[in-house]
Design a protein around this ligand. Structure first.
Ligand code: IVH
Length: 681
């Protein structure tokens, strides 16, 4: 065949094959039988073999790479791939919805509900080529900052287009190269088939489709990956590292237009009621989908609102994962293990015969404390019902006793001595926990150090179990503050530490100095002070001095801080040793400041009275908004009232306002004022 004719024929075949791939793998609506598709593919292969000069990396024949790769290169993400906060109940969703509305102010709040696909997220970069775009790199999520370059495996996933035509780009309004993020899942059928094969070959079975999808993507031989039939669902589109399109709904539509597979189970929802309806439906239908889901993801739709809401350290505030609740199984309690935490608390853990529950193998469950164990009447050897909800730690809900499940025989006696140091353990009045009395208990220090260094706290990479144990064994650290005076000489002396790793760890420790006040507060391990509380405290007080000087009342002005938390904070800083620790951290150069939140003052000095039913806001919501903007609310109209906010069926308060000539506004007027606009006349 002449060169020009061959080129034309090849182009035509590629285009046809791409269209059929799209119909089959993305739209689930094939137009031709498989055999016919195979025939076209064979024809293309033959032509390409005869004309190697016409080869192209985005040809449908080029999905499977030749030789196995040697290993995966690491690469940085264009912007971090974050995780999601979880909710497990309608109440938790309502809390989130309320916070979203509060933070969004007058910006629009509507949500997109999507399925939470139980796979692994990947980021696909498409580079401009010949007016269109071509798949250049596919990365796993990795640690969220850097992922592994698994492009050769990604290319075998047939629902991922290898290229996007100039025409489709133009239609979608995408100006140049772009990035698509989404979830790779293994369909249930492929999972079962794969495990059957593995069993036949004497290989261990994968525990669940997610693990096998993850394992598959990291397989070095892309021809194996191709056989596993992974599927990709797209949910984010980025251009120059920024979210493209006006919102999540528009994003999903644009992705569809670009030829990506977008999960069809999605909906725009406006309130918690509608969210719950979508969730109930999803849960009801989850077994008919053909792939695993573990919940529903709710995302604030508008990108402007998303931007206003921003991010916490690990997750966007504008999205949340609703996790389906508990599934259970019966297992045998083989033993009870006691560990000592950083507060000296003794925690019992159930060691179970491994069982498969809702997608994972469970062999441990928390038993909380001695009361929990006696409450259940647990004996070693008992059969127990184990429940797992979302990714929360599995728990034992009851002892099972019938003819197939005889009772255990060995009583469990809670230790009266610390299993780590042998000291006495005590239980404070009214508390459930036993604690080791030894202030120098090695377990306390070890756990404090591990907590301090952990991800999401001071984030000192490389300071894990093994390193911490060595530092303790050699008495190089007696408190977290000692980390900051470690030297290279001390570290190279440790096992498995060379000059380079010593230097890396020191650099990590140094870097942690600028983690900021919220992280330090978490790191100190004050009871009840988790990520969100620490952030709110940091924003409110701006420095550790200001926080340490705060009274209970001042502390409780912070959202989410009640008497229990304020008491814990006061007690913590009342302790001389803790104050000394703070001083030492400060001296070591650890940054203990934060940017103070600017209080809104739009409504400062104004008093509002709410009456009647507003079209959108509930009375509580309106009240919260007014107070958040520095205004006050009152229950009755007087001369001191600045504005009356009236909705439908406003009664006597409205009359009184007219009588006293107090200006009356509606919800719209209030929202305008909240947004800093002048009061309506
Ligand atoms: S949005 C920063 N949407 O869930 C936003 N994630 O628990 C996070 N996931 O790492 C991604 N289905 O792997 C989003 N429709 C969906 C999802 C989804 C599954 C996964 C994703 C993410 C994890 C967070």
């Amino acid at each position: 065949m002449a060169e020009a004719a061959a080129q034309k024929k090849i182009e035509k075949l590629r285009q046809d094959l791409r269209r059929h791939e799209h119909l089959y793998f993305v739209l689930d609506a094939p137009e031709i039988p498989d055999a016919e598709y195979d025939k076209l593919m064979k024809e293309l292969r033959k032509l390409e073999a005869a004309h190697p000069e016409l080869a192209s990396s985005d040809s449908p024949t080029q999905r499977v790479g030749g030789k196995p790769a040697e290993g995966f290169r690491k690469a940085q993400h264009s912007r971090p791939m974050l995780s999601l906060d979880n909710a497990y109940s309608a109440e938790e969703l309502a809390d989130w919805d309320r916070r979203v509305h509060e933070l969004a102010g007058s910006l629009p709040v509507e949500y997109t509900a999507e399925l939470k696909l139980d796979g692994l997220s990947v980021a696909l970069t498409y580079e401009s080529a010949h007016g269109g775009a071509r798949l250049a790199v596919g990365l796993t999520r990795g640690d969220g900052q850097t992922g592994e370059d698994v492009t050769s495996n990604i290319r075998t996933i047939r629902s991922i287009p290898l290229s996007v035509s100039a025409e489709d780009l133009k239609k979608a309004g995408v100006p140049r190269g772009f990035e698509v993020r989404g979830e790779v899942v293994m369909p249930a059928a492929a999972f079962l088939k794969m495990n059957e094969e593995r069993e036949r070959e004497g290989l261990p079975a994968f525990v669940n489709p997610r693990n096998s999808a993850a394992g598959t993507l990291r397989t070095l031989d892309s021809s194996i990956v191709a056989r596993r039939r992974l599927v990709f669902f797209a949910y984010f589109l980025l251009v120059d590292g920024e979210y493209f399109a006006a919102g999540q709904t528009a994003t999903l539509d644009t992705l569809t237009g670009l030829g990506f597979r977008v999960n069809s189970h999605r909906e725009r929802v406006k309130n918690v009621g509608q969210m719950m309806k979508f969730i109930e439906n999803a849960e009801k239908n989850r077994t008919t989908l053909g792939y695993e889901i573990d919940g529903v993801v709710l995302k604030v739709d508008a990108h402007t609102t998303q931007q206003r809401l921003g991010y916490t350290g690990r997750a966007p505030r504008w999205a949340i994962a609703f996790k389906f609740t508990a599934r259970s199984a019966i297992s045998k309690l083989e033993d009870i293990l006691i560990t000592v935490g950083r507060t000296g608390k003794l925690t019992p853990t159930a060691m179970l015969a491994p069982v498969f529950i809702g997608g994972v193998t469970v062999s441990r469950a928390t038993l909380h404390n001695a009361d929990f164990i006696s409450g259940l009447g647990l004996k070693i050897g008992d059969y127990v019902k184990v429940e797992r909800g979302g990714d929360v730690i599995p728990k034992i809900v009851e002892v099972v006793s019938d003819k197939d499940h005889p009772r255990g025989t060995r009583d469990f006696i809670f230790p009266s001595q610390c299993p780590e140091c042998g000291s006495r353990v005590v239980r404070a009045e009214g508390e459930a926990d036993w604690r080791c009395v030894n202030v120098d208990c090695p377990a306390k220090l070890r756990e404090s150090l591990l907590h301090f260094a952990s991800r999401g706290v001071m984030n000192i990479e490389g300071l894990g179990d093994a390193a911490v144990q060595q530092l303790l064994d050699r008495k190089l650290v007696q408190s977290v503050a000692d980390l900051y005076s470690l030297t290279e000489e001390q570290l190279v002396d440790l096992e498995r530490f060379a000059e380079k790793s010593a230097r890396t760890l020191l650099a990590e420790i140094k870097k942690s100095k600028s983690a900021g006040l919220a992280r330090v507060l978490m790191g100190l391990g004050i009871r009840f002070v988790g990520e969100r509380t620490a952030e709110l405290l940091a924003e409110e007080f701006g420095s550790i001095e200001a926080l340490m000087a705060a009274s209970a009342e001042e502390l409780e002005r912070v959202e989410e801080v009640g008497p229990r938390i304020s008491q814990a904070i006061l007690e913590f800083f009342a302790d001389k040793e803790n104050r000394h620790l703070v001083k030492r951290l400060e001296k070591a150069g650890v940054d203990m400041t934060a940017e103070k939140k600017q209080r809104s003052t739009e409504l400062a000095g104004l008093t509002f009275v709410l009456t009647g039913t507003l079209p959108n806001l509930t009375r509580d919501e309106a009240k919260l908004k007014i107070e958040a903007a520095g205004g006050k609310t009152a229950g009755s109209v007087s001369k001191k009232t600045s504005y009356v906010v009236a909705g439908e069926e406003a009664g006597s308060k409205l009359d009184k306002a007219r009588e006293l000539k107090i200006p009356v506004i509606g919800e719209e007027g209030l929202l305008a004022m909240l947004a800093g606009k002048p009061a309506p006349k």
